[in-house]
Design a protein. Structure first.
Length: 151
């Protein structure tokens, strides 16, 4: 099934690709058919939860933030390749979770993004979920990703 139809079934749509927040490339192609997407936060249309998991942000809100990060990742990918149906598979994601010193559920937060990829592409990537002290602008989650494109 078409990726965009799956998004529609989930009641989701891609936001505009987020603006760059520094001196970097939002995406970088390498090899024959690989593309790396720089870290994206959860802000959709300028709105995002702010704070840390284990304090201001609940696990469920963190999972929604991880999903929104992935929507932004996919928006950057679409801006580069033109059509998400060109994705062969998600390869790897790295999710950073800002939390309190006693928050240990980073993998469960990252599931919000992984589950979206599974729903859209029928596959889950390899993944790391890392707890951090703080993220830019006090966002609770940031995700970067690597995709393989169809030849």
């Amino acid at each position: 099934m078409d990726v965009y139809e799956k998004l529609k079934e989930l009641g989701l749509k891609l936001p505009p690709a987020p603006a760059k927040g520094g001196v970097y490339s939002p995406c970088k192609r390498f090899g024959e058919n690989l593309i790396y997407i720089s870290g994206c936060g959860p802000a959709i249309n300028g709105k995002s939860a702010l704070g840390k998991l284990g304090a201001e942000i609940s696990l469920e809100e963190g999972q929604r933030c991880a999903r929104d990060c992935m929507l932004n990742v996919l928006a950057v990918l679409e801006a580069e390749v033109g059509d998400l149906n060109r994705v062969a598979q998600p390869v790897k994601i790295l999710t950073f979770v800002a939390g309190t010193d006693s928050f240990y559920s980073q993998p469960q937060v990252a599931n919000g993004g992984s589950e979206l990829l599974q729903a859209l592409f029928g596959d889950v990537p390899s993944r790391s979920a890392i707890g951090v002290n703080a993220l830019p602008g006090n966002i609770p989650v940031e995700t970067e990703a690597l995709f393989e494109l169809k030849k």
